[in-house]
Design a protein. Structure first.
Length: 178
């Protein structure tokens, strides 16, 4: 069981770093889920049942934070005492922002009757994945150097890459009327 002073990384027995083995994380999560599932405390006191629900909720939240690279990066900052507020973070690079706008415009210009629609959508998905990998690497480097402003900027860009993936999926649904 997790104590309140244990980090999510310690709870899942994975190294406290950005790069973690997601299969190992999932395996440990499923094992803990079996141990801590609230159904196990069905015949127990109300206090024990409530504790089981709280622990299970904490387990799910911890797993959610560690499996997602953006949330994991933000959590790593939190462990350093650095608050990352996505609503207060801005991208100070106008060239980068223009590139992001142009990508979104290109995506918006796609039409359902385009014979190469699938390949265009795949191109955008590949771009989003490449960006996520690039900005994840930027975060790793910044974290290694304890360069927290650069780490925060990298997280913001990772969020842009994730949003691009969502935008591509939404655009595909619009165009194919899914």
């Amino acid at each position: 069981m997790s104590s309140s002073n244990q980090t999510h990384f310690e709870w899942f027995s994975v190294p406290c770093q950005f790069d973690i083995d997601l299969r190992e994380l999932r395996t440990t999560y499923l094992e803990l889920q079996k141990q801590l599932h609230p159904d196990k405390s069905a015949g127990e006191s109300e206090l024990d049942q409530n504790t089981a629900v709280r622990l299970n909720t904490k387990l799910n939240d911890a797993y959610d934070k560690l499996k997602d690279p953006v949330k994991r990066a933000i959590y790593l900052l939190e462990l350093q005492g650095i608050e990352y507020d996505p609503d207060r973070q801005t991208q100070n690079d106008p060239i980068y922002l223009m590139q992001q706008l142009e990508i979104r415009e290109e995506l918006g210009d796609l039409t359902a009757d385009d014979p190469k629609l699938d390949s265009h959508l795949d191109k955008f998905r590949s771009l989003a994945l490449a960006q996520l990998e690039q900005y994840s690497e930027e975060f790793r480097m910044a974290q290694t150097k304890n360069d927290w402003p650069l780490a925060c900027a990298a997280i913001g860009r990772m969020m842009f890459a994730n949003k691009l993936t969502r935008d591509v999926n939404e655009r595909e649904e619009q165009l194919l009327d899914l």
